[in-house]
Design a protein around this ligand. Structure first.
Ligand code: SF4
Ligand code: SF4
Length: 416
């Protein structure tokens, strides 16, 4: 699964040059050496080699990373801190297990689809009675964390009454060009179903048949927590569901899901690596698919004046996709203005924003300021997680920019 010793060797490559201090978003807002890649790698190495006992402080430091990979991509010694820190979390979980709350969520709720869906339905009802976020009125306190008084600062948007699955209707296409299996992901499923419906609309207008096979969470939050055994079981389940379908491509509009499906599944399933490799080879991000396999750029037109684009970490650095979303936006005729550090993390980082709400908030503030400075009318991005985070940041600052997923923008601009 994860060869822990090889990650310890990778950690030993760090020359302590400090280059990562200019790029790490967590360091930029905390100024704490212990939270920088350089400060964490020695600790991670010892955890991986079993020399470091886990205590609350060690766990806290290992979790203080967005896994954004900004340091890894610029490290002169090629010490891939995000991978090493993830492996250290896995080693710690293997030895000591997950803390109570994470254990409950990532072992007993999220992996069991029926249980997860029922929990979200209950949460949707109870959400109405929770105080709204002090800055962004449409966001509600994160119920489980509020109840446990774990972090009263975490807020999520309103969960929808009708999930994407409840709204989904398959559309028959005469002589389809290809059959697309859509991996929706949890945020699209339960918070932003409009993203999934926009994807279906665009692809069917272009002559593709879109099916939505049965699926579980992609396992990103579980992987990030270090519980890789459970993540492996979830990966196996998703692969099984999809291989029951007939398809030419697997497409997703979630950068985090795409990264998990492409990059982590083959690593998680060492017993069945070939099946995972085969599966991953079919996976494409929607922006990538539209540019590589369609002529959509000939049919786009929009009267929006000015837009800026945020690069999700899971798309730009984990999937190396930066040109395609820009190509699509520019084809609409909208003036694309680049913000400062468009690929700097928005501060969401999965559970990072839950465990470090203050740091997450400061990183979000940097991002929000960069967006506002462009004076664009819209902010586009290609990940529902980033969208959720930045909508809250923009609402907090009462910014005029509307945040939108690229596929919703493309759907509005598609003249077919
Ligand atoms: S992680 Fe890389 S960039 Fe950071 S101090 Fe170590 S060698 Fe330098
Ligand atoms: S992965 Fe991102 S948050 Fe983590 S140490 Fe590197 S730059 Fe900092």
């Amino acid at each position: 699964m994860y060869d822990l010793k090889s990650y310890a060797e990778l950690a030993a490559r760090c020359s302590r040059c400090g280059s990562c201090s200019t790029i790490c978003p967590v360091f930029q807002v905390s100024r704490q050496e212990s939270l920088l890649a350089r400060g964490k790698l020695h600790l991670a190495e010892n955890v991986l080699l079993g020399k470091q006992n886990l205590n609350a402080e060690v766990e806290k430091r290992l979790n203080a990373c967005l896994l954004c990979a900004a340091c890894s991509k610029s490290c002169p010694s090629k010490a891939e801190a995000d991978k090493i820190i993830l492996a250290a979390r896995a080693a710690a979980v293997k030895k000591h297990g997950l803390p109570f709350l994470k254990n409950l969520a990532f072992k007993h709720v999220v992996p069991m689809r029926n249980r997860f869906e029922w929990s979200l339905k209950a949460l949707a009802v109870m959400q109405k009675y929770l105080p709204a976020d002090q800055y962004a009125g449409s966001f509600y306190r994160h119920l489980p964390f509020s109840i446990l008084n774990f972090s009263s600062k975490v807020a999520i948007p309103k969960l929808v009454k009708n999930s994407l699955s409840a709204q989904w209707q398959e559309v028959k296409v005469q002589r389809p060009k290809a059959r697309i299996a859509f991996f929706s992901g949890c945020l699209t499923e339960f918070i932003y179903p409009e993203i999934g419906l926009a994807l279906q609309s665009v692809l069917t207008k272009l002559g593709f048949e879109v099916v939505k096979p049965r699926q579980n969470c992609c396992s990103t939050p579980v992987i990030m927590s270090g519980e890789i055994e459970v993540a492996g079981e979830m990966a196996e389940e998703n692969i099984r569901h999809f291989l029951n379908e007939d398809f030419d491509y697997i497409v997703t509009a979630c950068a985090s899901c795409g990264s998990a499906l492409k990059n982590h599944y083959p690593q998680l399933l060492d017993d069945n690596e070939t099946a995972a490799d085969d599966f991953s080879a079919y996976v494409m991000d929607i922006n990538e698919f539209l540019v590589k396999h369609t002529k959509i750029t000939e049919y786009l037109d929009s009267n929006i004046r000015k837009i800026t684009y945020h690069d999700p970490c899971h798309l730009a650095r984990h999937q190396l996709i930066t040109g395609e979303p820009r190509q699509l936006i520019q084809a609409t005729g909208i003036n694309l203005v680049e913000m400062e550090a468009s690929d700097r993390c928005c501060g969401n980082g999965g559970t990072f924003s839950i465990y470090y709400p203050e740091l997450s908030e400061k990183i979000l503030d940097l991002k929000t300021r960069s967006i506002i400075a462009t004076e664009a009318d819209y902010l586009a991005t290609a990940c529902p997680g980033c969208l959720m985070q930045m909508r809250r940041g923009l609402a907090k600052r009462k910014a005029p920019q509307k945040a939108i997923h690229t596929i919703e923008l493309i759907n509005q601009a598609l003249k077919l």
